[in-house]
Design a binder for this molecule. Structure first.
Ligand code: DX5
Ligand code: ZN
Length: 216
């Protein structure tokens, strides 16, 4: 199966996000990656459920909502109602992770768990049966345009191996941060199945070119 590309609207024009979402779909994006930041879990503040709901009619492809917020369990229902198809929470942001992941599934969305670059993935066996996606952060979350952290490649490989050992090879492995043509290839070779990209896609000659160039 070929890799999926999920452009991050964080690098789009915040005064025209509806148009951005529409353009990304027309340019071949597989998913729309929505970065939600609360100014607490990460030192940046972006958008909330009201904006996600306002953007949802602009595309039919899945909305992949990445919650970089503390205590995400408090807001899951809001994002599902706003039209999130997939919700990813950080393992570092919620005390009762298995409960939070189960709540996402019960609310009707696909379930993702994200790991910061310094977080171990040793807990995977305990949550493998309730997840659809593992998001390996390849930068520290909070901002677009940062450089890929090479040590995370080993983590992608280890997630790939662990999922196979657990009989959960259908779980997507998503990477997020510093993805460009070079790092995209390294990530897919390591086992990534979904690539998030912000600055690479939006600084390309066209969105379509930026997206296609990552299908290595
Ligand atoms: C970082 C966000 C990313 C970000 C990626 O905290 O989760 O989705 O937009 O941006 P680039 O591709 O520019 O590193
Ligand atoms: Zn993200």
């Amino acid at each position: 199966m070929s890799v999926l590309i999920a452009p991050s609207i964080l690098s789009g024009d915040f005064a025209n996000l509806g148009q951005t979402v529409e353009d990304l779909q027309a340019s071949g994006a597989d998913w729309i990656h929505v970065d939600v930041m609360d100014g607490c879990f990460v030192p940046n503040l972006t958008i909330g459920p009201q904006v996600v709901a306002a953007l949802r009619p602009y595309a039919k492809i899945p909305f992949d909502v990445h919650l970089m917020i503390a205590q995400p369990e408090r807001s899951i229902d809001h994002y599902v109602r706003a039209g999130a198809d997939r919700i990813t929470v950080h393992a570092e942001a919620t005390v009762h992770l298995q409960r939070t992941l189960t709540a996402i599934r019960e609310a009707g969305a696909k379930v993702g768990v994200a790991f910061n670059p310094s977080t171990s993935v040793e807990i995977l066996p305990y949550i493998a049966d309730v997840i659809d996606l593992v998001l390996v952060m390849t930068v520290n979350p909070g901002f677009g345009g940062q450089s890929f952290i090479p040590a995370t490649l080993h983590k992608i490989k280890s997630v790939h191996e662990k999922l196979r050992e657990l009989g959960r090879e259908s779980v997507e492995i998503e990477v997020d941060g510093g993805v460009n043509e070079q790092t995209a290839r390294l990530c897919t070779e390591a086992g990534a199945t979904v690539l998030v990209a912000g600055s690479h896609v939006f600084s390309a000659p066209s969105l379509a070119h930026g997206i296609t160039s990552l299908r290595v």
